[in-house]
Design a protein around this ligand. Structure first.
Ligand code: GLA
Length: 632
């Protein structure tokens, strides 16, 4: 190879080879933003889903009853617009032509004078009411209720082949039916069909269902076939684009944090479940919350973390537990989670409707900047979440996870506001106004979440730290070579299994991913003894894409983090603007002082921050983009 050829950019070398620069080198700059942007979820979707209220026993009256209440109570005006049918709607797949047949006894409007049942009258009605309509399917041949439901309630009927209602082998045909023929606007795609129908599963051995060699093992990321799962979603995306020329669709991934989806779901769908199902138990809510709360960089306009639907209305979140119900809602709002009501609204008491209708919290969730909250203070007892809003204000939540009251100190530092200037607070539950300088104290009751909107004088007067704008930062490659289970996620007793078996050991991969104001393993960012309160922690061999909303300068202090186990490995840092090199560092190893990396970025749309380990690598090396910021 001549030197000249060696210096050609990868993109040029790859031209005509059928390979992209990314297949050869995932750290090669692309000048593009690669997270999911198609579809209609520029803001976290809001609406209602049938599952938590009714499980498989859904029917038209129940669905329209809740939809009507959303209109009548004013919740529709506040943004609740999706009405989603979950599992339980299908009767069978007709074997002759593979067409799905609706359970028309439960959806009378689907009965046609001539021809097969159709959901078109129902979606027409929902559209006329101002709603969007969602449907449910599965990646495999069979659905979750077929795998797990206790009784026969509204399970598909007929021969084994007729009961194969999932997308497997029918994905294009079904998506055409759902979107082009029936007029749906959203689809939730579950994954039990590619997980639960092993040859030795009881329902397979008894001859009820056909075996499908699993692609997902929820308890083991190493036993999951990640490329195969991604390929199924790629098919779905192709069909969604084909049958929705207007781009008005929402794809909800439901593989419960398995197969390392917490790291790649953002590239594949509008929302992506980060954990197994929520249940109306405090402990389970904690599990689901924990599965999303440290994933702020993996959520952006168009691609949100989904810790599951709201369970307000039942159990620990019913009208006798307003503190818990309010916490659940506030945390979901702060995390930019979809706000999907899972209650039978026909009978939901007013105090719970008031929670769903809290306009100030809805505004936090729907803030156009799309920044998921990050943890400003972390402990197993109390956490402080801070979310940067489009106008520079902060939403701040003080969350008491436990059963004892906590005296919590909120500081201006937590908000990245100046400690010598007043900070104004507005309580988003009570409307009460207050202010403080430097710090203030709150008594937080057990399981309570106190939430404020805060305005103050920014510490970084002329810009935003990247960790304040996770909605604009995408870890296109996060350096994780072999995904590992995340040990920080609360391990609750699953309601559906109780204490049978050995309990939930750490199982949700994603540990070691990019973190805001912390290393990938949740420690303080520190380079050569100097600690950075703001910055991005990520492993080496990573590439971050950053959208630049009109800023003029980029600056950071870069280095290998002191927490690296490997003291020898050198890492170089590179900054690109719209695919072109802007700045780079010398090779740095642990203990070397951080180096400044700065560039003029005026007019640049996408920056890329690459940390590349030199030569062969041993341990994954945590690196720190200290004080990384975009400035005016
Ligand atoms: C899975 C999903 C739930 C729900 C059920 C339906 O458990 O995670 O959200 O859709 O299937 O059977």
């Amino acid at each position: 190879m001549t030197l000249r050829r060696a210096l050609l950019p990868l993109a040029v070398l790859c031209a005509g080879t059928g390979l992209s620069a990314q297949t050869i080198d995932p750290l090669a700059p692309t000048g593009a933003w690669s997270a999911y942007q198609v579809g209609s979820a520029q803001l976290p979707p809001m609406g209602w889903n049938s599952w938590n209220a009714f499980f498989t026993e859904i029917d038209e009256e129940k669905l329209l009853g809740s939809a009507q209440r959303i209109l009548d109570t004013g919740l529709a005006k506040k943004g609740y617009r999706f009405i989603n049918i979950d599992d339980g709607w299908w009767l069978k797949r007709r074997t002759g032509d593979g067409k799905l047949i609706i359970r028309a006894d439960k959806f009378p409007s689907a009965r046609m004078k001539r021809g097969d049942p159709s959901f078109r009258p129902l979606t027409d009605k929902l559209h006329a009411m101002g709603f969007k309509a969602g449907i449910y399917s599965d990646l495999g041949r069979n659905s979750c209720s077929q795998a797990y439901s206790d009784g026969p309630a509204q399970l598909p009927e007929g021969t084994m082949a007729e009961r194969e209602v999932g997308l497997y082998g029918h994905s294009d045909q079904d998506i055409r039916l759902f979107f082009a023929d029936w007029g749906f606007d959203a689809i939730k795609v579950d994954g039990c069909g590619i997980r639960a129908f092993t040859a030795d599963a009881e329902r397979v051995r008894s001859g009820q269902y056909r075996a499908l060699s699993p692609l997902i093992d929820q308890h083991s990321v190493t036993r999951s076939n990640i490329p195969a799962v991604k390929a199924l979603f790629a098919d779905i995306n192709r069909s969604l684009a084909r049958y929705n020329p207007d781009g008005d669709y929402m794809l909800s991934l439901c593989i419960w944090g398995s197969a390392n989806v917490r790291s790649w779901g953002k590239d594949v769908g509008s929302i992506s479940r980060t954990s197994d199902d929520i249940s109306p138990d405090w402990g389970r809510m904690l599990t689901n919350y924990d599965s999303a709360v440290r994933r702020a960089f993996y959520a952006h306009p168009g691609s949100w973390n989904d810790p599951d639907m709201l369970f307000i209305g039942k159990g620990d979140f019913d009208a006798n537990h307003l503190t818990e119900a309010r916490s659940h809602f506030a945390l979901w709002a702060m995390m930019n989670a979809p706000l999907l009501i899972g209650a039978d609204l026909r009978t939901t008491p007013q105090p719970l409707l008031d929670i769903f209708g809290n306009a100030a919290l809805i505004a936090v969730n729907q803030d156009p900047a799309g920044n998921q909250a990050t943890l400003a203070f972390d402990s197993d007892g109390l956490q402080i979440l801070v979310k940067t809003l489009a106008n520079g204000d902060k939403a701040v939540a003080l969350f008491n996870r436990g059963l004892a009251p906590v005296d919590a100190v909120l500081t201006a530092d937590h908000l990245k506001f100046r400690a010598d200037r007043a900070v104004a607070l507005s309580n988003l539950w009570t409307g009460a106004k207050s202010d403080f300088t430097k710090e203030t104290k709150f008594h937080i009751a057990p399981r309570e979440t106190v939430v404020f909107r805060a305005s103050g004088t920014r510490m970084l007067a002329d810009g935003l730290y990247l960790s304040e704008q996770p909605g604009a930062v995408n870890p296109a490659a996060d350096g994780v070579v072999q995904p590992e289970p995340d040990p920080t996620i609360y391990r609750s007793i699953p309601g559906w299994r109780g204490t049978r078996g050995i309990g939930e050991r750490p199982m949700y991969a994603g540990w070691g991913g990019a973190m805001a104001d912390a290393t990938p393993y949740n420690q303080a960012l520190t380079v050569a003894g100097r600690t950075y309160a703001a910055g991005i922690g990520i492993l080496a061999n990573s590439r971050l894409e950053v959208r630049n909303a009109g800023f003029a300068r980029f600056s950071a202090q870069v280095g290998v983090d002191d927490s690296s186990l490997d003291g020898e490995q050198t890492v170089r840092f590179y900054l690109y603007g719209d695919g072109k090199p802007l700045a780079s560092s010398a090779p740095l190893r642990r203990g070397a002082a951080a180096q400044p990396l700065e560039a003029d970025v005026k007019g640049i749309a996408v920056l890329e921050l690459v940390a590349r380990a030199d030569g062969a690598r041993g341990n994954a090396v945590p690196v720190t983009w200290g004080d990384a910021a975009l400035r005016r």
